[in-house]
Design a protein around this ligand. Structure first.
Ligand code: AMP
Ligand code: MG
Length: 398
């Protein structure tokens, strides 16, 4: 048996190199960037007019001139015009190129226009104002984005502006979800009294979907030889296999021995945690296998505690550790790390966690009441309101 920290270390050491695929920019949101993005031009690419108004020569203003005859108009999308006479001005529109010769823009709010004359009505003018200078934000060939970042709207805008109609992103591994247990039937079936629907498969599938991945589901029975044959095929065809059920001390819990018999090297069996103590983890050649206890709460928590961080690490995403403040005193006697289900409220900018432990690892109805779990360390049995602990959220937000 290993500790939660030891288990975490072993799992996060065994990451796999994700494949790369090219997707269209319109499908790149929420994917993880797999290439370096450089600026193909300066940002902005020209001295950009930042306000609708008139472009003037600042020195002329400084010498006291306030009335400028309007020579021309410079719209966005037109090549630069030339301000030939420094005592005149050109009307300019936001997004236009600054006319050659001009160096300052006075916005419409600060002028009156009469008989083709712009009369400046303010005195506080600064040379260069209202101009977004060429390369002010980034220079051509500057690195704008490094690989291993999650693409959100801001990055998509940058990709669009440098002309990346297609972009390289990391591919999710091929994941198999394997439910094992003779008592399990599929969602569309009507279970007999002694049977249950295999809800874990769908919970795991959804948790992966929420991260942008897909998976294939299998159901295996509690017969050793059949299990071995089927599991061998499933392992061959996938990069990652997530099993639930069949790993405890029951007479028909064949999963750990079968995994070893088909060549998966066991790296973890049992973690000093509740729920999820029987947790099993092993690797084969380019294969990663997580075998989770079948109790729905254990399956769920082990996914969020171990598998999700492992998937994020494969993509090279930074650790997303969160912490929350325990809102009420709590006791947990067993010498195990406890994953305590909590409701979390943001109170004055602080995440406050209210315990709602539910009725044990079989009580998955309680999961809909909570937002995540706090990780309470094994060394302690009394936890005080105000103490801070690692927090693993599992509720998705839109
Ligand atoms: P096991 O880990 O196989 O001993 O199963 C522990 C408990 O979890 C049993 O009550 C099983 O019926 C239940 N269980 C196992 N697999 C699933 C599943 N896929 N969906 C829902 N419950 C399950
Ligand atoms: Mg079972």
């Amino acid at each position: 048996m290993v500790s939660v920290n030891e288990a975490t270390e072993i799992i996060l050491k065994n990451i796999i190199k994700p494949r790369i695929e090219s997707v269209s920019l319109s499908n790149a949101a929420c994917r993880v960037l797999a290439e370096k993005i450089v600026a193909d031009r300066d940002f902005p690419p020209f001295n950009r007019v930042a306000m609708d108004g008139v472009a003037i020569v600042f020195d002329t203003f400084l010498k006291g001139q306030r009335q400028f005859s309007i020579q021309d108009i410079q719209a966005a999308g037109e090549p630069a015009k030339v301000l030939k006479d420094p005592t005149t001005c050109i009307e300019v529109m936001t997004g236009a190129v600054l006319p050659e010769g001009a160096d300052t823009i006075i916005r419409y709010e600060d002028i009156e226009v009469k008989d083709k004359m712009a009369i400046i009505t303010v005195d506080d003018v600064i040379k260069g104002q209202n101009i977004h200078s060429q390369a002010q934000d980034a220079k051509k060939n500057d690195v704008l984005l490094e690989p291993h970042i999650l693409l959100s709207a801001a990055e998509i805008a940058l990709l669009a502006s440098v002309g990346k109609s297609r972009v390289d992103v990391f591919v999710f591994p091929r994941i198999a979800i394997v439910a094992s247990g003779d008592e399990l039937v599929d969602v569309q079936d009507t279970p007999a009294l002694h049977q249950i629907r295999r809800s874990n498969s769908y919970a795991l599938q959804a948790a992966i979907q929420l991260m942008g991945g897909t998976s294939t589901s299998f159901h295996l029975v509690d017969q050793k030889e059949l299990l071995k044959k089927e599991l061998q095929k499933i392992v061959d065809d996938h990069d990652v296999v997530i099993l639930s059920g069949g790993i405890s001390k029951g007479k028909f819990d064949f999963v750990p021995e079968v995994l070893e018999e088909i060549g998966i090297v066991k790296l973890i069996q049992q973690v000093s945690q509740r729920p999820g103590k029987p947790f099993w983890f092993g690797v084969g050649k380019h294969k990663t296998v997580f075998a989770l206890p079948g109790n729905p709460v254990s399956t769920y928590m082990c996914f969020y505690r171990y598998i999700r961080p492992w998937l994020l690490k494969n993509f090279g995403l930074p650790d997303q550790s969160l912490f929350a403040v325990l809102a009420t005193d709590y006791k947990f006697q067993p010498k195990l790390t406890h994953f305590l289900q909590v409701k979390v409220r943001n109170e004055a900018g602080m995440l406050k966690a209210y315990p709602d432990a539910g009725g044990g690892s079989g009580d998955f109805a309680n999961l809909k009441e909570v937002d995540g779990f706090l990780e309470l360390p094994l060394e302690r049995s009394e936890f005080k309101a105000g103490d801070v602990f690692p927090y693993y959220p599992f509720r998705s937000t839109l």
